[in-house]
Write a protein that binds this ligand. Structure first.
Ligand code: AMP
Length: 213
């Protein structure tokens, strides 16, 4: 089964993707993670996209489609979770064509709905463990008082450099202008389910689970 988690920045796509990876053996394909990895390892492509990402604008379709095309050659018996991809209609068309070329299908698109103020609050208060990637949030899931990650005992916590108000405004604008048309696109393809992304993590998990069957 191949699925897309669709929603604005801060909707909880990464959190739910990790739950699906652990619970169903699916493979998470996050273009944001791939681009950040390219940036930190200083590849030509990483250097090219760094400023665009920092400003909260979209990287070109060509680059992200290329990243996804490479990963689709890999094995994923539990299926792929597309997280943060597609973000434009051109990317959605390209993904459809790539899946067809592999004899695969897109089974579900889960739209995670969250209101704008909640997104701003979530994003400006989130951090991750630098060792294992466990997510924390100053409001709903603070870093343990002893400063030690509850999952891996790491003690290095990081905030994303693009999780600031200016960049966030651009990211939200890009979502409404370029990505939100995909809601109608996938509704018309009869693969869309919308869930309340503001509910507790466990409730969102169970709504997604019911949608996937
Ligand atoms: P994310 O981690 O999904 O929030 O992505 C972080 C940043 O990477 C975005 O603000 C964009 O600059 C870039 N990015 C990630 N995925 C895409 C995509 N599918 N299309 C264009 N830009 C992307």
């Amino acid at each position: 089964m191949n699925i897309i988690l669709l929603g604005p920045p801060g909707a909880g796509k990464g959190t739910q993707a990790k739950i699906l990876v652990d619970g169903r053996g699916m493979v998470q394909l996050s273009t944001g993670d791939m681009l950040r990895a390219a940036k930190s390892s200083g590849t030509d492509m990483g250097n090219k996209v760094a400023a665009v990402m920092e400003a909260g604008q979209l990287v070109t379709d060509e680059i992200v489609i290329g990243l996804i095309a490479e990963k689709l050659d890999g094995e994923a018996s539990g299926g792929f979770i597309f997280d943060g991809f597609p973000r434009t209609l051109a990317q959605a068309d390209a993904l459809g064509a790539l899946l067809v070329s592999k004899g695969a299908s897109l089974d579900h698109v889960i739209e995670m709905q969250v209101d704008d103020q909640a997104l701003v609050d979530r994003i400006t208060s989130r951090s991750t463990c630098g060792s294992c990637g466990e997510g924390y949030n100053d409001i709903s899931k603070p870093i343990p008082a002893n400063g030690i990650c509850s999952k891996c005992n790491g003690s290095d916590f990081q905030r994303r450099s693009d999780d600031n108000e200016d960049s966030l405004k651009n990211r939200l604008m890009a979502y409404y202008k370029e990505t939100s048309p995909l809601i109608g696109y996938y509704y018309a393809k009869e693969v869309l389910t919308s869930v309340d992304g503001l509910a507790d993590i466990d409730e969102v998990e169970s709504s997604i689970s019911s949608a996937l069957g």
